[in-house]
Design a protein around this ligand. Structure first.
Ligand code: SF4
Ligand code: SF4
Length: 216
């Protein structure tokens, strides 16, 4: 009898759990039902990529020391660093550098580990091409300055949902000085640094007080 009652109670619990999940899903659905559709008229309007967007890689030939760290940290050993050893100077001479964006997964490892910071991720995302081979960018193509949605005069930049003020769903006709909901990553970082410096100064005051007490 007890076993039967336990089975019934387990079944009831599971049924309530399932109903709860169903309800949570429906809340999202109903929330979307009361929103109006928002159309971004691409390519005349474009969404501004988020601050840490990992788009096409920019490369500075003059800064590169041909160390090949980018190749070693790349999960698919993608960057091709073409260099020769100059026997007179006994130094590497860089000839060409290329990354194939048809294969790149935009993980950003090469950018993170490059010792001379000659690689950087840009906000350029329009890389569609008819021929996949044209996605293999050499150092000239990689060195081209990226296009930016906010500086292109032919484009109307629109903010993404997470950059809109609280309660606003439509990025059209938004005043330029409208504050976004929440803080930017740079603002959060600034806050963390401020807190850390306050803790450090408090600790140094405490330790100096302790030293004074010990002297007395
Ligand atoms: S890690 Fe940087 S400096 Fe070294 S080869 Fe790659 S791009 Fe050049
Ligand atoms: S972004 Fe990632 S996959 Fe692309 S070249 Fe750099 S390390 Fe390799």
């Amino acid at each position: 009898m007890l076993g039967f009652l336990k089975k019934v109670s387990d079944y009831t619990k599971e049924a309530f759990g399932a109903a709860n999940y169903l309800f949570q899903g429906l809340v999202v659905t109903f929330d979307h039902m009361r929103r109006r559709p928002i159309t971004v008229q691409y390519p005349y309007e474009k969404l501004i990529p988020s601050e840490r967007y990992r788009g096409r890689i920019h490369y500075e030939f003059d800064k590169c020391i041909a160390c090949e760290v980018c190749v070693r940290v790349c999960p698919i050993n993608l960057p091709v660093v073409d260099w020769v050893m100059n026997k007179e100077t006994k130094k590497k001479e860089l000839r060409n550098y290329s990354i194939d964006f048809g294969v790149c997964i935009f993980c950003g490892n090469c950018v993170e580990y490059c010792p001379t910071n000659c690689l950087s991720m840009t906000e350029e995302y329009e890389l569609a091409a008819f021929d996949r081979h044209s996605l293999n960018f050499d150092n000239v193509a990689l060195g081209r300055l990226p296009t930016s949605v906010t500086t292109d005069p032919s484009v109307q930049p629109l903010r993404e949902l997470s950059y809109l003020p609280q309660g606003v769903m439509d990025p059209h006709d938004l005043p330029q000085n409208a504050q976004r909901a929440g803080q930017l990553p740079s603002e959060v970082l600034e806050l963390i640094q401020q807190k850390a410096s306050t803790i450090d100064s408090n600790e140094s005051i405490k330790s100096s007080n302790q030293i004074d007490n010990n002297k007395e």
